[in-house]
Design a protein around this ligand. Structure first.
Ligand code: SF4
Ligand code: SF4
Ligand code: FES
Length: 221
């Protein structure tokens, strides 16, 4: 077991627990986008950052990949953390402005402008779909292709892979494609809108899972 302090409260967790898991076990809410408890942590979105205090200094680290250790001092919601999270949401929105989840996060975190150039890619490269396909379906039909700004999720030669089991899990787990923001126009990348969690459109071709579909339709790779 290891003992650490989170937001001024001491807690004891089994060795190997991450700071995110330790905080959540205490009821502390830390936002995440690329984390799922059933998948290997990936540390891609950085939304889960916390402040790790070391004496008079501190650093911002992703809590989903940060192991808890003895004597660690963590602050989950300092002004520095809140400011950094807002910038991260701005960055994510610039690559995925029609994501309702991101628009709602922006609204909840008080983001009132997107200062980065907007280039809608419909994907925040969180890797949840890739990890789900590989780790839960043992398929590996999809993966990251390309580098740098060309990096994206794809299949070999762009074809439906033979390994695909048509489970739909890659669509289901995607944090940004399940609901599209329905705002007619975005002001500086923000809709500032409704926070209406009702599905915007229901796929008519599937067996009736009632999943809402994103701007690009109900696509299974
Ligand atoms: S639908 Fe195919 S590509 Fe998507 S997670 Fe399932 S097996 Fe993988
Ligand atoms: S398609 Fe969705 S789940 Fe897959 S990497 Fe992009 S944002 Fe993440
Ligand atoms: S949830 Fe930790 S980096 Fe995405």
């Amino acid at each position: 077991m290891v003992e650490l302090t989170i937001d001024g409260v001491r807690t004891t967790v089994p060795r190997g627990t991450t700071v995110l898991e330790a905080a959540r076990s205490m009821g502390i809410v830390i936002p995440t986008l690329c984390y799922d408890p059933g998948l290997t942590p990936y540390g891609a979105c950085r939304l889960c950052i916390v402040e790790v205090v070391k004496g008079k200094r501190s650093s911002l680290e992703a809590s989903c990949t940060l192991p808890a250790f003895d004597g660690q001092v963590i602050v989950t919601n300092s002004e520095r953390v809140k400011k950094a999270r807002k910038i991260i949401i701005e960055l994510l929105l610039s690559t995925c402005p029609t994501s309702k989840k991101l628009q709602d996060l922006a609204s909840n975190f008080g983001v009132n402008e997107v200062r980065f150039k907007i280039k809608d890619k419909g994907c925040i490269l969180c890797g949840l779909c890739v990890r789900y396909c590989k780790e839960q379906m043992q398929s590996g039909g999809i993966g990251f292709v390309g580098r740098g700004t060309s990096r994206r999720v794809g299949t070999a030669f762009g074809d439906t892979p033979d390994e695909c089991r048509n489970c739909g899990g890659c669509e289901w787990i995607c944090p940004v494609c399940e609901r599209a923001c329905t705002a007619d126009s975005l002001m500086n990348g923000l809709c500032g809108g409704c926070q209406n969690y009702a599905p915007v459109e229901t796929c008519t071709v599937c067996i009736g899972c009632s999943e809402s579909v994103g701007a690009r339709g109900h696509k299974v790779y």
